[in-house]
Design a protein around this ligand. Structure first.
Ligand SMILES: [Zn+2]
Length: 146
């Protein structure tokens, strides 16, 4: 990235935009180079939204070439569309599962342990709560927190 920027410093304007909140921001290439190294590339990359707190969207990068042009190729864009669709479908299945579970479950509103969603904890049976507790403990071990 540094090499490409240094070759045409006057044409190196890169901006980031969110697919959901539609915010735009200039990208500080020097900061990224300092953090990720001179060979790091933004091409075909996207990330969870960092432009708006709690936004579920994804950030994509554009470069200035007369107008802002995408910093990704067609196959990557197509793959992102498929991934987003799969993610939406999975979230919808989760919502339907929770909705159907909620109809049959007793709702117990005691506070969940760290790392467990309160709605999931509230409808879980005692056996399921044991599973949730060990899963949350496992996640804390991966992250190195206790
Ligand atoms: Zn966003």
């Amino acid at each position: 990235m540094k090499e490409a920027r240094d070759r045409r410093p006057d044409h190196s304007a890169v901006r980031v935009s969110c697919s959901t909140c539609k915010q735009w921001r200039d990208v500080d290439l020097d900061a990224i180079i300092a953090k990720k190294g001179a060979d790091f590339s933004l091409i075909n990359r996207r990330a969870r939204c960092k432009l708006t707190p709690k936004c579920p969207g994804r950030n994509r990068f554009f470069y200035q070439g007369g107008v802002m042009r995408p910093l990704w190729d067609q196959p990557t864009g197509d793959r992102w569309i498929r991934e987003d669709e799969a993610e939406r479908a999975a979230m919808e299945r989760s919502r339907q599962f929770i909705a159907s579970a909620m109809r049959r479950r007793v709702y117990r509103p005691d506070p969940p342990p760290p790392g467990v969603l309160s709605d999931v904890w509230a409808i879980a049976t005692d056996e399921e709560r044991d599973v949730l507790l060990s899963a949350a403990a496992e996640v804390r071990r991966w992250r190195g927190t206790r």
